[in-house]
Design a protein around this ligand. Structure first.
Ligand SMILES: [Zn+2]
Length: 412
């Protein structure tokens, strides 16, 4: 249903609830209550009564895996799972031959439903390109992206989870990109020669004129950091603004001065950072007492790095915890980083709205005149508290269309 008016919504930056007039896929204007009361909504059914709840820009998930989501039970049935990156990679790879594509597709759709229910209007999905399945997961997700385009925009990444050294992998990456996948993924830490892996990824990016999104530095050992190699190649290829790196838990383990230098270098090369709390906290920082294995979001932002917070894996050996709830990911990151100040929690919200939109190359969206009407209505009365409360989503709009509305009563 195309919404024409949203009545009585609390919007950041406005003291009193606003009425929004939408003009198709965009927000036309915001009216204060007294101005809005004289012009009742035109058609019945075309208005959404916000009843004083917060209206936020819809959330954007900069990094999610649909093709290995909800596999925790299947993996557990094969034996106990260990909270280690290598063990998780092996556990999921072992399922590739046995879990039917129909099951993968059903699980992916279940996650897409959850994303929409959690207020997400666009997501970048890393699609496994693997010798065991060739490009079948790519084809499957291109079809899914088409089928779901009115509810959530999917941007696919060709992702070599088991590296580029296995037989036929480079051909498969070419095939995936030739099928129209717009982003080159990479995972240099799984290969014997990470330097060569990076060279290949940057060559693919140049050949297909595609941005790069790397899984990088998922380790507690700063000496294993590949940041320098990535920065060097980003500058050499002139790809500033087109490279994104996910995880980078090494940043959390660096001494403060080394961390500061690394963040400055990332900002100078305009490389975006995506923090994945549900996985980073589960698989890294192991041992006792362990560490807070999450890249320093607020310091990165202060250094000028674009930072997103994203879901990554959903309910599988990489991330048993989580339910595709991006606001909960920001909430978890906030607690872990003790990022509770007004400035820090603004940063947490930016990391699930505007920063990821920019990483995906999307235009402006949110409750602002002229912006795309990708919006979500939340069970909260204070726009400044969202990252602290992680409230439930009441409704999600994409391009002015109501794509989700809760049936549950809202809390007061
Ligand atoms: Zn990932």
């Amino acid at each position: 249903m195309l919404i024409e008016h949203i009545l009585g919504a609390r919007v950041a930056g406005h003291v009193v609830p606003q009425t929004l007039r939408l003009g198709g896929a965009h927000v036309a204007e915001l009216l204060p209550p007294e101005a809005a009361s004289g012009s009742p909504p035109a058609a019945p059914g075309a208005s959404l009564d916000a009843a004083g709840h917060v209206l936020s820009p819809a959330f954007i998930d900069a990094h999610v895996h649909l093709d290995k989501a909800l596999l925790l039970g299947v993996a557990e049935a094969r034996g106990p799972l260990e909270p280690r990156l290598e063990a998780a990679i092996l556990a999921v790879a072992a399922l590739r031959d046995s879990v039917a594509l129909e099951q993968i597709e059903r699980n992916a759709e279940r996650v897409l439903h959850r994303l929409v229910r959690h207020g997400v209007s666009a997501a970048r999905a890393h699609v496994e390109v693997d010798p065991a399945v060739g490009t079948r997961l790519v084809e499957l997700q291109i079809a899914l992206a088409e089928r779901w385009s009115e509810r959530v925009a999917l941007q696919l990444v060709a992702f070599p989870q088991r590296g580029l050294e296995l037989p036929n992998m480079l051909d498969l990456m070419h095939a995936a990109l030739a099928l129209g996948v717009p982003v080159v993924g990479g995972c240099p830490y799984v290969d014997r020669d990470p330097r060569q892996h990076l060279d290949r990824v940057f060559q693919l990016a140049e050949r297909y004129r595609a941005p790069i999104d790397l899984h990088l530095d998922f380790s507690d050992d700063p000496d294993r950091s590949l940041l320098g190699l990535v920065i060097e190649r980003t500058l050499a290829h002139g790809l500033q603004g087109n490279v994104t790196i996910g995880h980078v838990t090494t940043l959390a383990a660096m001494a403060p001065d080394a961390q500061g230098r690394a963040l400055d270098a990332l900002a100078a090369a305009d490389i975006a950072l995506v923090v994945l709390p549900a996985t980073d906290l589960y698989l890294a920082g192991a041992g006792e007492p362990g560490s807070r294995s999450l890249a320093p979001i607020e310091r990165a932002r202060a250094a000028g790095v674009r930072v997103a917070i994203a879901n990554n894996n959903i309910h599988n050996p990489f991330s048993p915890f989580g339910n595709a709830n991006l606001l909960a990911a920001a909430w978890l990151a906030g607690i872990t980083r003790r990022a509770a100040s007004p400035e820090a929690r603004k940063g947490l919200l930016d990391a699930i709205t505007h920063a990821p939109a920019q990483i995906l190359g999307l235009g402006a969206h949110g409750p602002t005149p002229g912006a795309a009407a990708h919006l979500c209505l939340l069970d909260s009365e204070d726009p400044d508290q969202l990252a602290l409360e992680a409230p439930a989503v009441i409704a999600t709009l994409r391009a002015g269309q109501l794509v989700y509305r809760t049936r549950a009563p809202t809390l007061r």
